[in-house]
Design a protein around this ligand. Sequence first.
Ligand SMILES: [Zn+2]
Ligand SMILES: [Zn+2]
Length: 260
Amino acid sequence: MKVKVCVLAGSSKGNAIFIRIDDDRFLIDAGISNREIEKLLKELNEPNPSHLTGILLTHEHIDHIRGLKTLAKKHQVKCWTTYETYKKIRPKTGPIDTEFIEIAEQFTIGSVDFIPYEIPHDAVDPISYVLSKKDIKIGILLDCGKTSPYLFDGFRNLDILIIEANHSFDELLHSSYSDVLKERILSANGHLSNWHTAEFIIETKPKIAIITHISENNNNPETAYFEIESKVESESVNYKPFYVLVPSKGRGALVSYSAD
Ligand SMILES: [Zn+2]
Ligand SMILES: [Zn+2]
C-alpha cells in the first residue's frame, strides 16, 4: 500500500490537505483557490483535480472552503460534510454535489474508511477525521479549541497525525491582538496551542506528526517545533515521532509512506 500526504496550504489564510492511498485521492478542505490547488497538485505529479475521489470538509470557515465552489464544479468532485455545515456554505457555493455524514458514523469512499469526530470550535458543526485502509491509519485535527479523552481514544496509534499548532501561548499573550481576539483563540472553541498539540502527541503517539495551521503572528515553525518537541521529549519514554513542520507560506513537504 502506498500513501502520499501533503499539506498544500496550512495557515489562517487557507488550508487544504492532499492524501492519496493507492488510487484513492482526497482533499481535506479546500481553503485556497482552485488555481492554487491545480498548480500544487501538478507539483506533486498528480493529475488534475478531476481525479480526486472526494473533498471532505472540516467546517465552514473561509480559510477551509475558499476554493471549494470552483474546484467542485469545474472538476466535478463530490464533497462530504455534515448537513449543518452544508447549510452554512450553500449560500456561498450554490448547489454542490454533497454527501451528508453523521458524526461518529463510519463511512467509506473508494476503498478508504472514514470516521468523523466532533470537535469544539466556533463553527456550526466542526469535525475532524480518522481515515484508514487495512493497517494504515491517518488522523486530521484542525481548528480545535481543546482536546479530550474522546479524541485521544479515536486518534491513538496513527501512522500519520496532521494536527494544528496554532499559537505559542506566551507569544499570543504578549501579542498586539485585542483582548477579545485573544480570548476567542484561547477559548475552548478556539484553537490548539503548541502545548495542547504536544499533549495530544504524547497521548496518541503517532509515528509521523505533521504540524500545520501555525499562526504567522503568534507562532512560527521553529517555536512550534521547540515547544512541542521539548514537551514530548521530557514527558514520554522511548518515543519520538518524525516531525514535519508546515510553513505558513507555501506548501508543506510531501510525505510518502508505504506499508504492506
Ligand atoms: Zn482555520
Ligand atoms: Zn476555523
